[in-house]
Design a protein around this ligand. Structure first.
Ligand code: ADP
Ligand code: MG
Length: 311
């Protein structure tokens, strides 16, 4: 069974449960309306030693930042503002001194940068590996929340940054090159909180998510949720290294969104003057099956790209 096969199975097995007014499984965050105008957004991401990180290759400070960053990225993915987190740690005895203090310094510093409170969690022992599990909570104006399910045929597909740097960095780290610029990118991803909040205030932005597993896999979530297909123009993909890493490696934590084609230029001008950086259009939403057609200068390509999956 694949990771997403298991999630589908869980959804099926629990179909009889009430939703109690909550929007649940299937997007970057769950959404709980709390008033006429506002919703809370909740997301949880777990980091497991030897699966998500290698203890010797990551400083505890960077790991503290990154554990929080990947959760805040899911809040950004729906255009919300992060408020608070819950932090659960399962730790072997040998990290219960300097290591965990440095981890918390990293966690605190990124929390401070985004004005996020730490409001609880849990702490347990572990026989061997470190596990970090975080719940992030955000809030948003209900009308502004961006979902995966609202892409429209004719939309431009856009990313907020260059892709594949984190994947290149991971390759460097696995080779033992721990101090390259790309390795730093891998260890210190930047959640696009301000960008997500800004994009959320624009109606012409239709669907949005964050890139955690690579465009090749993440875009499929938008396509399936929206019931549409996509063309990606490979020559337009902004890449830090190889095209394969840009599309498949993931962990870039840029935002991926779709925007009405007629409004894209105006949105882009606004974005540039607000953030001083560019958006990157990489393709368009088309009618049809939830599939990606890869084009190079408009010529269909045989090559298949697929993103990171756990199973
Ligand atoms: P992301 O990459 O944005 O963190 P995932 O791909 O991990 O999202 O998860 C997809 C969706 O499935 C999310 O809505 C998530 O909350 C839900 N999900 C993942 N694992 C489980 C689980 N074990 N039980 C219930 N829901 C889950
Ligand atoms: Mg996500």
């Amino acid at each position: 069974m694949t990771e997403f096969g298991l999630i589908d199975k869980i959804v099926g097995l629990c179909a009889a449960l009430p939703d109690n007014g909550c929007e649940g499984i299937g997007d970057d965050c769950a959404v709980i309306p709390i008033s006429e105008s506002e919703s809370l957004l909740l997301t949880q991401d777990m980091l497991v030693e030897r699966i998500h990180f290698l203890r010797h290759a990551t400083s505890p400070y960077d790991l503290g930042r990154k554990s929080l960053a990947v959760n805040l990225s899911d809040i950004a993915a729906m255009g919300a503002t992060p408020m608070a987190t819950l932090l659960s740690l399962s730790l072997p005895a040998e990290v219960m001194g300097d290591w965990v203090e440095e981890f918390m310094r990293g966690y605190r510093d990124l929390s401070l940068e985004h004005g996020v409170a730490l409001i609880g969690g849990d702490t347990t022992a572990s026989k061997e590996d470190i596990t970090i599990n975080i719940t992030a909570i955000g809030r948003a104006n209900r009308a502004n929340i961006k979902r995966r399910s609202t892409a429209e045929v004719g939309d431009i597909i856009v990313t907020t940054g260059v892709l594949g740097g984190s994947g290149e960095g991971l390759n460097d780290i696995l080779r033992g090159d721990l101090d390259t610029d790309m390795a730093t990118l891998h260890r210190r991803p930047t959640p696009r909180i301000k960008e997500g909040e800004w994009l959320a205030t624009h109606e012409e932005v239709h669907a949005m998510m964050d890139i955690s597993d690579g465009v090749a896999s993440d875009l499929l979530h938008i396509l399936r949720a929206s019931g549409v297909g996509a063309h990606i123009e490979l020559s337009m993909v902004p890449k830090a290294g190889s095209l394969r890493n840009a599309l498949c490696a993931g962990e870039d934590y840029e935002l991926l969104f779709t925007c009405s084609a007629t409004h894209f230029e105006r949105l882009h001008e606004g974005y540039r003057s607000h953030f001083g950086t560019s958006l990157h259009p990489i393709g368009e939403i088309v009618a049809g099956e939830a599939m990606i057609e890869w084009l190079n200068h408009n010529e269909p390509q045989e090559e298949i790209f697929s993103g990171f999956v756990h199973y």
